[in-house]
Design a protein around this ligand. Structure first.
Ligand SMILES: Nc1nc2c(ncn2[C@@H]2O[C@H](COP(=O)(O)OP(=O)(O)O)[C@@H](O)[C@H]2O)c(=O)[nH]1
Ligand SMILES: Nc1ncnc2c1ncn2[C@@H]1O[C@H](COP(=O)(O)OP(=O)(O)O)[C@@H](O)[C@H]1O
Length: 393
């Protein structure tokens, strides 16, 4: 196994100090990769070591906060899925499914107990494809992006564009845009510093290569808010991305939103409305966009956006297990896989034959299809040792 490169040990990622990983780590090897799973004070971390090169692949960090403590028991379910079982506090015992199909690592947690609660969250991986969001001025792109970044602050980073337009009252240089002089921006474009650029509503806008790199270097998934011309250029570039076009429910509503926002002059509003018609036509017919969403009801549109980018919340919302298991794992337990069943051995040799110490979970319903493959997962606690395993295997 290779040594962690310096950036790994020294970097602060998003305020989360990787050095705080505790000694209790579990490692699982699948083909040429070793997955080292550890927990820190407020997150768990999956580091990947490529055995063929001996290099560490940039670590992926789960965004939620499983309780730290004793390590996980882990086993490879198949080539791209790891199952981890963790002793939690009281009813917090859980199993995690880790999707490890490179470049994505996704995790799904199931609490064991009287009910199964499952959800799926993307794990930050810097190779996750950026999201390009386009749509006419006033349709709600900024609002949707803000919601996403508020709900998942550690997961997404905004690509801060350059523009020659003047800042609005609440806009900050370097946060909303890099406000710049036309001559400076034109020179930078000439010097090849921009991934794409376009003239929009009479001003120059562009995404610098650095803007995208800043986000990906921080291990976050990049969001770009750019116009249709820019989206076309990105489509033609080597940058792989998901392209989403946002439509207004009607032109009247678009005008209403633009006016109600109160950030543009009358002349600018009219210009933006004129341009909106062409943008909508192009957005719907150009074939650039993978997804077209109507932003009528904000919450519904936001939920659809989350679904598109693989954050569709509870996968199995709340499933009652008919016979409550009342599992209470001791810290010492082991996990193995037999015929698409996960066997959690939580007992000592003497009591192993007792019915509650061996738990069998049937995962035969797992579906394929990266990267959203955790969707549709059904988890059933089949039974305990005495009849479940004996009859199931
Ligand atoms: N091509 C391109 N378009 C951009 C970029 N940044 C912003 N835009 C687009 O420029 C248009 C005007 O943006 P803005 O002046 O912020 O107005 P708003 O859309 O009404 O908020 C929108 O369609 C943005 O998506 C960029 O870097 N490149
Ligand atoms: N679904 C919606 N219903 C009603 N108003 C909305 C909706 N989405 C956004 N808005 C409002 O419309 C205005 C324009 O939204 P904004 O996010 O600034 O658009 P864009 O970034 O596409 O120019 C804002 O005042 C915002 O609060």
């Amino acid at each position: 196994m290779g040594e962690a490169p310096a950036f790994y040990a020294d970097n602060l990622q998003n305020g989360f100090d990787i050095k705080t990983i505790k000694a209790c780590e579990t490692s699982i090897s699948i083909q040429d990769k070793t997955y080292v799973i550890g927990s820190s004070d407020d997150a768990f971390v999956v580091r990947i070591c490529d055995q063929t090169t001996g290099n560490w692949i940039i670590p992926t960090i789960h965004g939620t906060k499983p309780k730290p403590g004793k390590g996980y028991s882990a086993v490879a379910l198949n080539e791209d899925r790891i199952v981890m079982v963790k002793k939690g506090s009281s009813s917090d015992d859980c199993i995690w499914f880790l999707e490890v199909a490179t470049p994505y690592v996704k995790a799904q947690k199931h609490i064991l107990g009287n009910e199964v609660v499952a959800w799926s969250k993307g794990v930050r991986g810097n190779a996750e494809v950026p999201i390009v969001i386009s749509g006419p001025s006033g349709v709600g792109k900024g609002t949707l992006i803000s919601k996403l970044m508020e709900e998942f602050p550690s997961m997404f980073g905004f690509s801060v564009s350059h523009t020659t337009r003047a800042p609005r009252a609440m806009e900050q240089d370097g946060v909303h845009y890099h406000f710049t002089e036309r001559a400076v921006m034109e020179k930078d474009i000439k010097d090849g510093k921009f991934l794409e650029f376009a003239s929009v509503h009479g001003n120059l806008y562009g995404t610098s290569i650095e803007a995208v790199e800043v986000v990906s270097d921080s291990g976050k998934r990049c969001i770009l808010d750019i116009d249709v011309q820019g989206a076309r250029s990105v489509r033609a570039s080597p940058l792989d991305a998901v392209f989403v076009f946002i439509c207004p429910p009607s032109m009247d509503e678009l005008e209403h939103r633009l006016r109600a926002r109160g950030t543009e002059s009358e002349e600018q509003i009219l210009k933006r409305l004129r341009n909106a018609k062409t943008e909508i036509e192009q957005g719907q017919s150009s074939g650039i966009f993978d997804h077209i969403l109507s932003n009528d009801n904000l919450e519904e549109c936001y939920q659809s956006l989350k679904k598109i980018i693989g954050l569709d919340g509870p996968v199995v919302a709340t499933q009652k297990i008919e016979a409550p298991l009342g599992i209470d794992l001791p810290e010492e337990h082991s996990v193995s896989v037999m015929d698409k069943k996960i066997i959690i051995n939580s007992g000592t040799a003497e009591v192993e034959k007792a019915s509650k110490n061996l738990i069998v979970l049937d995962v035969s319903s797992l579906k394929g299809g990266a990267p959203g493959r955790t969707r549709g997962l059904e988890l059933h606690a089949i039974d305990s040792f005495s009849d479940g395993l004996a009859s199931g295997c």
